[in-house]
Design a protein around this ligand. Structure first.
Ligand code: SF4
Length: 696
């Protein structure tokens, strides 16, 4: 059987066979045009979670003594529904909320948003994609009038004469993507990597810029200022395809290259080299990762990157333009179908009258019945409990206690809830605070669509029966809706039925799926949205002739640099930044249970430059405590000359005492509400080793 990987947004095609012992043998699908026969270690080992001994197979309810005890499905669902009704009567509908995930299929994301609005009648639904994609989405919506992570298929990467990978490390996070980077280089292309660390990806670069953390906006605007000074902008393109250039040009004329050098730590020679490379290339592509996006100025930084590529006339041309490397499996579809606090299905806006009317018509309700905008992901978590007013939270497929900034604060908020419900396949750091845990089917046990980083809608096929004690998220939503008196809005939990309804709800919208069917996906190895009718082939490439604003033109935006929310000072003199290991995925809730992955990466290591380590007295393999204004975390040291000497790095896949996110700051971007995971200020000290005991 063919299906797709349960993890990242590359959504590698897989071939899966049942072994005689019942386990699944997973191989990469050579025919799927995105990964073309490659996968990473996470995909190869993904079958191990299906029959894992720790797999939840019965609902759990918190007993009188505080422990989780098995319960029947009826008892668990009745308990949850009764508590929801009681809390709504006492505190109002906005006291109820739900937290979704970029791991949910399109069908689930769509139903979760509908459930919160029609069954809970609350505005409060958001998802962990707010932590990943929201700044790139905000920037693309403003500049292009549309957000689709990559506006072209990944195969175009292989044809770009110049490729700029800005703040992403796909060699570790998305290894099969590197085949397209290799192809690009084999054809004589140049690779520029921007990253404060010399990563696996950066080692392949012709030019590696290693800026000071938090200075991506200054760097991007500095590149454009130098392009203007050198007369390298594309005036004809600007005139024909854009709006807003005179104001941006005036603003950038004030930029002092010496200031850009000082602020970013990147030499003027390197800056000019990158400008020359991109400007002179027949095709040039800039792809951003979480580095420039996960900042409190992330959406402005994305706009600065887009300004640069627009001014050099690269966007909308073959193998050229700006794109963002979506991280989570369904980070793209997850933000299109209504599980985001400000959105409705089809990338509609909840405050837009036409979008409300379109969706309300399909749902069979009056538009006035739809609640307004809810709280964004971190703001929702920060509002949990009596103080914040959100008394009940349903969590679907997200481990917020590990994945959120200021993680210990989030744990305290979760612990103060009157009702915390977690629907997941395994217990995790979030379910430790749950009053009810609902065991769900996993990827290979249910059918559903995902939208990959290219905007290609693909189908994950059901390969085997789910364990008897589990249910699908769709079944859980339907059962709860029925107990809340809203069952009529959720008539069938069959994924294909839900997808048909999703298609109808998106007809005529920006992310139009109305012409996509399961059979069409099967026949064409995925269908790119927008796809507005049954005979439409889908849209692999966007912006070749027009952008999505009403006049067809892209928009320049004047963006002003500003410091990160927290920068090093006398008390906390170092930068701290977070990222990923190849072997683990997001909060590690799944990958920390796969022996092969745990053996390869058993713990988070603190990456420290040897010069900094020498000043601290730290040694490779020793222990160092990192302290921010929010928490202290002890890590094992990994000395590395490949990080800046003023910066510490740790991966965020672990929770509890190993949680890198205990240190991070919940400063939010004013537009996207993305937290600043990539920059905060810390100090570090060596943990004294206990003296060796010597036998007398
Ligand atoms: S985690 Fe991503 S890159 Fe790795 S196999 Fe899965 S989809 Fe492919």
């Amino acid at each position: 059987m063919k299906t797709h990987c349960p993890y990242c947004a590359f959504q590698c095609g897989m071939r899966v066979e049942a072994r005689p012992d019942g386990a699944l043998e997973v191989r990469a699908d050579e025919d799927f045009p995105v990964n073309r026969g490659q996968m990473c270690i996470k995909g190869f080992t993904s079958g191990e979670l299906l029959a894992h001994p720790a797999r939840l197979q019965t609902p759990l309810l918190r007993g009188r003594l505080g422990q989780l005890v098995p319960a029947s499905w009826d008892a668990a669902l009745d308990f949850v529904a009764e508590r929801l009704v009681a809390l709504r009567e006492r505190h109002g509908a906005a006291a109820l909320g739900a937290f979704g995930s970029g791991a949910l299929t399109n069908e689930k994301a769509y139903w979760l948003g509908k459930f919160v609005r029609l069954a809970l009648k609350s505005p409060n639904v958001d998802y962990n994609g707010r932590y990943c994609m929201s700044s790139a989405a905000a920037g693309q919506n403003k500049a292009f009038g549309l957000d689709r992570g990559l506006p072209f298929p990944v195969e175009d990467i292989g044809r770009a004469e110049v490729l700029v990978l800005w703040g992403g490390n796909p060699a570790d996070t998305m290894p099969p993507l590197m085949q397209w980077v290799s192809q690009q280089k084999e054809r004589g292309g140049k690779l520029v990597v921007v990253d404060p660390r010399r990563t696996e990806t950066a080692r392949l670069a012709d030019v590696h810029l290693q800026p000071t953390p938090g200075t991506d906006l200054a760097l991007a605007s500095g590149l454009l200022a130098l392009a203007i000074a050198a007369g390298r902008v594309d005036d004809a393109y600007i005139e024909a395809r854009t709006e807003g250039w005179p104001a941006l040009r005036r603003h950038l004329l004030l930029t002092d290259p010496a200031h850009v050098e000082r602020a970013t730590g990147v030499s003027r020679d390197d800056l000019e080299r990158v400008v020359r490379l991109v400007a002179d290339a027949g095709s040039a592509m800039l792809l951003s990762g979480r580095g420039p996006e996960q900042q409190s100025k992330g959406s402005d930084t994305v706009l600065a990157l887009i300004n640069f590529m627009l001014a050099l006339g690269k966007v909308g041309k073959p193998a050229s333009g700006y794109g963002c490397l979506t991280g989570q499996g369904n980070g793209q579809g997850g933000r299109e179908h209504g599980q985001k606090a400000d959105q409705l299905p089809g990338y509609g806006l909840i405050e837009d009258a036409a979008d409300r009317a379109r969706v309300a018509r399909v749902w069979g309700v009056d538009p006035a019945e739809l609640p307004g905008k809810g709280k964004s992901a971190y703001e929702l978590l920060d509002a949990l409990g009596p103080e914040g007013g959100v008394r009940a939270l349903l969590v679907f497929g997200s481990n917020v206690a590990v994945a959120s900034p200021h993680a210990l604060h989030v744990e305290r908020r979760l612990a103060s809830l009157d009702l915390c419900v977690v629907a997941d396949a395994f217990e995790n750091e979030t379910s430790a605070h749950a009053h009810a845990v609902l065991p769900v089917a996993q990827w290979a046990e249910e059918t559903g669509t995902m939208t990959n980083l290219e905007g290609r809608v693909i189908l994950r096929e059901r390969l085997r029966e789910a364990p008897a004690g589990t249910r699908t998220d769709l079944e859980i939503i339907r059962e709860l809706a029925s107990r809340l008196g809203a069952g009529a809005y959720f008539p069938s939990s069959a994924p294909e039925d839900v997808f048909r309804e999703l298609g109808a709800a998106t007809a005529g919208a920006r992310a139009d799926y109305s012409g996509i069917t399961y059979d069409k996906i099967r026949a064409h190895k995925g269908v790119f949205w927008p796809c507005p009718s049954a005979d439409h082939p889908g849209t692999p490439r966007l912006f070749a002739e027009r952008f999505a604003h009403a006049d067809g033109k892209a928009r320049f935006h004047v963006v002003r640099d500003r410091p990160s929310a927290e920068t090093p000072d006398a008390e906390y003199p170092l930068f701290f930044t977070t990222g990923r290991y190849r072997e683990h995925y997001n909060s590690g809730a799944q990958t920390r249970r796969v022996p092969q992955l745990v053996d390869a990466r058993p713990e988070p290591r603190l990456q420290i430059h040897p010069r900094l380590a020498a000043t601290l007295g730290a040694e490779d393999g020793g222990r160092v405590v990192v302290e921010s204004r929010r928490a202290s975390v002890a890590f094992t040291v990994a000395l590395s000359p490949e990080i800046r000497p003023d910066t510490l790095f740790a991966p965020f896949h672990w929770g509890g005492k190993q949680a890198a996110n205990a240190l991070t700051i919940p400063a939010l971007d004013p537009v996207s509400r993305m937290p600043e995971f990539k920059v905060c200020a810390v100090r570090a000290r060596v943990v004294p080793q206990p003296p060796l005991e010597v036998a007398a």
